[in-house]
Design a protein around this ligand. Sequence first.
Ligand code: ZN
Length: 1199
Amino acid sequence: MSDKGGAEIMKGRPRSERLSSLLSEDELIEDYYEPPPANDSGCWNDYGLSTLQSSGTVTSGSSSMHSGSPEGSDAHTQFSPIIKAGWLDKNPPQGSYIYQKRWVKLDADYLRYFDSEKDVYSKRFIPVSLVTRVASIGDQKFEVITNHRTFAFRAESDADRNEWMRTLQQMVDERKLKASNRMSLFHLANGTLDAVDKCGLLELRGFKNKLYVVVAGDKVFLYKNAEDYRQGIGITYIEMNVGNVKDVDRRGFDLTTPYRIFSFLADSDQEKEEWVEAMQQSIAEALSNSEVAEKIWAVEANQFCADCGSPKPDWASVNLCVVICKRCAGEHRGLGPSISKVRSLKMDRKVWTEELIELFCQVGNGVANQFWAANVPPSEAVHAASGSQERRRFLIAKYKEGKYRRYHPLFGNQEELNKALCATVTTSDLAETQSLVFCGAEVSCFSGDPDFPNPIAIAQQAGQRLQMEFLLQNKNSEIPRVELGSGEEKHYSVVLPSVTHSGFLCKTPSMAKPVQERKSQEEFSRRWCTLNDSIFSYYENNRNPLPNGEIKMGEIVCLVNNPPGTHGFESTFELYIEAERLYLFGMDNSEDIRKWVKSIAKAFVAPHAEELLNHDFERVGRLHYKGGLNLERAKEGWFALAQSTLYAFFEDSDREEPLHLKKLQELSIQGDSLVLVERRRTLYIQGERKLDFSGWVAAIQKAAGSSGDTLSEQQLTESDIPVIVDRCIDYITQCGLTSEGIYRKSGQNSKTTSLLEMLRKDARRVRLKEGEHQVDDVSNTLKRFFRDLGDGLFTKDYFQDWLKTAAIEDEQEKLEQYRRLLSSLPPVNRATLKALINHLYRVQYFSDVNQMNTHNLAIVFGPTLFQTDGKDYKAGRVVEDLISHYVAIFNVDEQEMRKQQDEIMAIIKMRIAGSSSGTQHAGDFICTVYLEEKGMDTEQHVKIPATMTAEELTFEILDRRKITMREKEYWSCFEVNEREEAERPLHYSEKVLPIVHSMGTDSHLVVKKHQSMENMLVYLASRVGDSKHGMMKFREERNLLGLGLSTGFHDRYFILNQSCLRLYKEVRTLKQRIPALENSHRPEKEWPVKNLKVYLGIKKKLRPPSCWGFTVFYENEKHEKQQWYLCCDTQMELREWFATFLYVQNGGNVWPSESSKVRASRTQQDSRLGNISLIPLRGNENEMRNSVAAFAADPLTLL
Ligand SMILES: [Zn+2]
């Protein structure tokens, strides 16, 4: 059906007319449109309706659009119902006398015209807000006048003309009235859009000239050019709730709607990524919880920002109950969460409960402004076009100082206010509650009734859900105070929220050292303490007007909530201040202490990091850290430690990031930093101050260690297996698979005990080594670990069920039950059981040699895992079942099985080879090396003595395979990193053993011909100077901190010389450069060459712009690591850069046979060149490249 419909449309409408449907007739069609090739299957078919119809995406809904009412196509535009539509003649473009028939539609926001009533995308839109006048010009004609342009139309009759004019004028007036001094939907006075997310020129297929495209909110607007955009007159806009963005190729992407495909082409792949992202964001915004916004906008007052009047505000302050625009929301945030809790109507799905939505419908902007904006002098009001300073000033006055509010008659009388609040919350009068609360009534005041002690409890009792919601949202709100707002600077330099709390606390004298010993009650003195205006004060007693001492919230660096009973009091907490002192407070009432801890934390933790306080933290505070690429500069972050998770709020971040301490790969102290390595990402926490830092270190170390004897309390691998188990299994796999009686022999008791103790203390640091540890000791350690496990591997709750299952006779039913039980295990238990059974499955595979078949293993492991005495075989039967049906029960992938099998076979072969030759020295390491490529038939097991060089290893492999090296064949040993999809040819003199030791499991060694070596040697021999400079595309590794993260590759200028690699971001003009050649060019980044390891290749996942790239690892003396990527445009460039790296890293000695020759040619260096650091230019990418190319070709011309 849809195919037919499409064909009809095509038949009925000449092609050129269709294609022009997006165009303005102000220009001739030819200006825009490149005609398709004569051949009919050209671009027309690629992008018109026909594509969609043949692919079946257009459904019956769209066919009704073709035949049905004109309004049908606007069904999705919920907020713009069509007010009037009809045919009008549009005055002709210049140079033509023929009027053009246009389908014209008017809605509250736009006057648009189309080729036909069936079109969804207009030829032209004119925002109603920009229309200054509608005028009759006789003969059924009228003009629509904007500041910049006039559009003339002709109706069929005077009556029709008058009707159009009347309706239009009415819309224009309404718009003006409604918005008085606000601007219409996004369009500001100058015509440009408010809240633009991305704009710029883009090629659109079918158009000769680039269009000016604007992504704003949930729409994408197309303009003929930037000038039209400024004037506000566009071609069409695309509602993104029906959009879908799709990558096409490097620079191209499609925006697909049910009505049309827009094929865009960006200037670069980077640009494209940005456009795609912006459009996807726009779709997300269009689709995001618009139900919430719609419900809230159903109340008219909520359709405009409560503060500036901008239409369709999609943000809100949930405690103030006002709906606000994006720009006001930004300023609200600056007020801090104790004044305004800002949330998005569309994106913060979770906060919008039914109660909160209802509250916004009942209170909302109308009721809120009757209170907050009761007395706003017109001179102080803000509107949609106000700048952010103006807005900020206004919002501080409005909400922080309460300057314009309507004062409650009881204002100033605290007791009466509280009483009135307790009474009001039993009624539905939310306006009164609002007035009371923001005039000083205390949300948590004591009502006098112990059963319902505060207004919240009273509201609950009275069934007033909305009252409760309002009170809960404002539990911690700060009451407006005029005296606070004396200067706006104050608010913005001191961003700490003001928290008020008071009560008795017992404190010790402040200390300069960590509290090592338990403090008895006698060492504390009782003090009256208050927290007010960001100052904590303690007094001799509550009648004494002068404090004994004060702690400013801004000075506090850390707050520690001690475990119960740490000191003489039940509950205690510690405060650390910048001046390296700590204060210890305590009380027996843990609830009191909890309140203090909460209040103080809220008062000193930066508002943007307040999310941290949601955790049941044992310590919270600020610390200096380094991470990512910028290791030069330490930044300040906020951290909270809760159980085994360290939550971090990094600078410039807007959300916390959890670090799972039990899963760290490494935790160590290097210099004055604590180093946390999670996967490949590293965080350095710095010891800025000794006192609090030492506390953090101890606490983090403790949290990262094993905290108990159950599985989940152990240090874990990434796959949730305790490191202890992983280490033991790994060792047995490497060294014990063929050991007779493995797991049956018991090993030495004392060795097992000490090994287990060591592993329990910090398994990550234990490396099990052959020679140092005996197979039977390790196997016994693993058994002991399982036998002593708290709660057991199968858990106390379920282990009986496991035992019963073994007795089920029906095989299928039994396996089914095992699978069910398996899925009900906690994740760590499940992963551990799978790893262990997998291991035992491997062990029994070698039962010919080790004599441990499934039954024998089951006899040993049954009682061990079920922690029974082993008198019956029930437990053994379970283990036997699990091993025998390993593949079925654990749903194991066959490929995975085969891969493991291959690995194990390799290990066995290697061991047999090692033992038969009988020349194994202590310290020698056997390693698998491949010839040409990784594979079963190319592997060689080579013993690697400590002295072996890459050249020797290469010869050893070639000898074994009886390959002779011919001239011009550059056989080398490569280290291949499979995970990074990159490889590095080892320098011929490089020692192999350290490399083997540092390689991860996803790396291996290959001996193969170095295909580029000859070219590189030729290049090196032909060059003067040992440096290289030029443009490369640069990309940082996304790091844990989300800092300095740049997705994608960016052009940077690099200079590589004998000592370092420098990166320049901005390339300055020649004129600026000349006067101060040496000093004016500070590189953005600089790395010593000796600390770099350069690999050829970049993993495809990062989508490098070309296949000629490097992966670079950097490690400095402090073992701080970074990783980044460089990409060249051509293979030649890649070779030249790589050759230069090899050259500078090896002092010119790149290849043995050629080395003397190369070195000779290298001796004459041009010292002048070494100092040239910068390339002259400012301009677009192409200009920069050209100039760089010119410079690189003949750098001496510049001197
Ligand atoms: Zn606003």
